[in-house]
Design a protein around this ligand. Structure first.
Ligand code: ZN
Length: 75
């Protein structure tokens, strides 16, 4: 899960609107990166909190992603 700055409303004078923040799961982040010049993510950092959030593109939750990436652990 990553905290990403994405391309927003470039006509806005407000930096927060030009580059709004979106939470993306690793899958959607990588899918965006593959779009090359059409990629929406301009910068990102790893999401480190354990507070459960959901990907804004596919609505996968942090917990679901952790379950996928660590299949050997249960509970
Ligand atoms: Zn996603």
């Amino acid at each position: 899960m990553k905290i990403c700055k994405i391309i927003g409303d470039m006509t806005s004078e407000n930096a927060a609107e030009r580059y709004p923040v979106a939470i993306l799961c690793d899958y959607c982040y990588q899918a965006d990166a593959k779009r090359g010049d059409d990629a929406q993510v301009v910068s990102s950092e790893e999401y480190k909190s354990e507070f459960d959030v959901s990907c804004e593109a596919c609505y996968k939750s942090l917990k679901e992603e952790m379950d996928e990436t660590s299949p050997m652990t249960s509970d």
